[in-house]
Each structure stands twice: as C-alpha cells, then as structure tokens.
Design a protein around this ligand. Structure first.
Ligand code: R5P
Length: 280
C-alpha cells in the first residue's frame, strides 16, 4: 500500500505510512505561471492500493486533491482510499435560504467519484457522508483529544453550545469529570453571545471542547465567563483548529489551546494518525 499526501498533510501522511507499514509516495506539486496547478505522483502505483490524505480547505486544496486522484486513476491504482482530515464546506450541508448551494455536496461529489472509499475525521455533520456516493466512514477524532487531555486532569468539561453536547458528554465520561453545557446565540459570523447558566468552577481546571475553532469567538466568550466565575485554568480544545483572523488574540483569555493535526498549526498538540490507522 502507498500513502500519498497533498500539500495540506505532508507530516500526517508520513506518520500514517509509518503507523500502517505503507510506503510514503511523494508528489511533485507546482503551479504554472497563470496559477494553474500541476501534480505528478512519483511512484508507479499500478496494481497497488493507495491512500490519499488531503483536506478540502482552503479552496485550492480541492483542485490539488482532484488532480492527485485523477493521476492515481490514470496510473492504474487498484483502489483509492481518500482521507479528508478536515472537510472544508461541511458546515453548509443544506440550504438555509433559497438560491444557495449545498456546498458540502458540491465538494463531496467529485471527490467520491474518483475514490473507492472516503474517510472524514469528526466531520461537522454525518449528513455530508452520503454526498460522496461511495462507501464512507467518519473517524472519531475525539478519542485522541481525550487521551491527550487526561494529562491535565480536568475538573469540568464545558460544551460551549448545544451542538457540542453529545461529544462533550462522551469526553466528560471518559475524563471522569462533570459536564456543563452553555447556551450560545450566534449574532453574526464573528460574534456570539453566550449564557453560562449556573456553574461552580472556583479553582477548577476547566476544558472547553468544540469540534472547530474558527474565529475563536465561541471559545473566547465561554472562557471569559468561566474566568469571571473563578476558574483556576481554562483550556480550549478542538479537533479542527482553523484559527482565522485574530483568533489567537481573542483566545488569550485561555490558559492553553490545543488542537489536532487535521489542520496543522501552532496549536497542534496531538495527532489523529493513530485513529486513522486504526480505521484503515
Ligand atoms: C459551530 O457549529 C461549531 O461547532 C463551532 O462552535 C464554530 O464553528 C466555532 O466558530 P468560531 O470559532 O468562529 O466561534
């Protein structure tokens, strides 16, 4: 088996090859003067099973992924398994107003058409899986987060909104800590209002857990309330850390910020490679 990574996941691709005993296969990846992309897979994959690792975020990664998949098909790979650690566009899995695109479907269809199976990691909603049109599985990235968080011995797990209740409840159970769920109203793309309700946090190490941190508004709002209520330490943990715009600044209220390598960055503290290897 070969593992091929696009440019979003060189390190994760190598780690995955090591975990699974596969060979890592490099790709020449360049741009033409007009900005169009060129890829060339550097090993002969004819007759081999190939696993491809690449996000569909940012936008240009989608084209890169499609070119790699097309190259592998052209070269005669026996089977292609596509791993999308962070699936960009998964949050628009339906239309909210007339005239909109179901963006998740627009991205999933061409990827699924060139893949024999697709794995996502803690995808925003399972509904997007059917859009690929091939066998799919969502890998639970939470396990790796929980394993990492155990070292902090948190006294409370906080879900920053109702949407996070289910995975925070699972994490709280495994961390043997109580769960507290806050309520959140999204005012606009960058602003949220959070109501913490009654919560006793004096001196506790508290973990706020979310699937995605984007602008940091959700976590910052929850963290401020916890700090004001007397929390000892506030940790923010997520699977997918986008940290866009001035997220780092907004999140200064947190004592520590932890994310996985589905999006590699300065807050990446743990890898989801073991979870992917186990699923494969
Ligand atoms: C929302 O449904 C997600 O679970 C996250 O809470 C959201 O994407 C976080 O966004 P931000 O960091 O911009 O508040």
């Amino acid at each position: 088996m070969f593992v091929v990574s696009g440019s979003t996941h060189q390190r994760l691709g190598v780690a995955l090859a090591q975990e699974t005993g596969a060979e890592f296969c490099g790709v020449i990846n360049k741009r033409f003067p007009d900005g169009e992309r060129y890829v060339r897979v550097l090993r002969s994959v004819a007759g081999h099973d190939v696993t491809v690792v690449q996000n569909t975020f940012p936008d240009e990664s989608i084209v890169e992924l499609l070119l790699i998949l097309e190259a592998l098909r052209e070269a005669g790979a026996t089977s292609i398994t596509t791993i999308i650690p962070y699936m960009g566009y998964a949050r628009q899995e339906r239309t909210f107003q007339s005239g909109e695109a179901i963006s998740a479907r627009a991205v999933a269809r061409p990827v699924g058409a060139l893949s024999d199976r697709v794995f996502t990691v803690s995808v925003h909603t399972d509904e997007v899986l059917s859009f690929f049109g091939c066998p799919t599985q969502d890998i639970d990235g939470l396990q790796e987060a929980v394993r990492y968080l155990k070292g902090f011995k948190p006294g409370l797990v906080v879900a920053p909104d109702e949407g996070a209740r289910e995975w925070c409840a699972r994490a709280a159970k495994e961390l043997k800590a109580p769960l507290h769920v806050m309520s959140k109203i999204r005012v606009d793309d960058r602003t949220v209002e959070t109501d913490s309700g009654k919560v006793k946090v004096k001196g506790l190490t508290v973990v706020i857990l979310d699937d995605i941190i984007s602008t940091g508004g959700t976590i910052a709002s929850a963290a401020r309330l916890l700090k004001n209520a007397g929390a000892g330490q506030v940790l923010a943990a997520c699977t997918h850390g986008l940290f866009i715009e001035d997220a780092a600044n907004r999140l200064r209220v947190c004592d520590d910020i932890l994310s996985s390598d589905t999006l590699e960055g300065v807050y990446t503290r743990y890898s989801i490679a073991p979870a992917i290897a186990a699923a494969l």
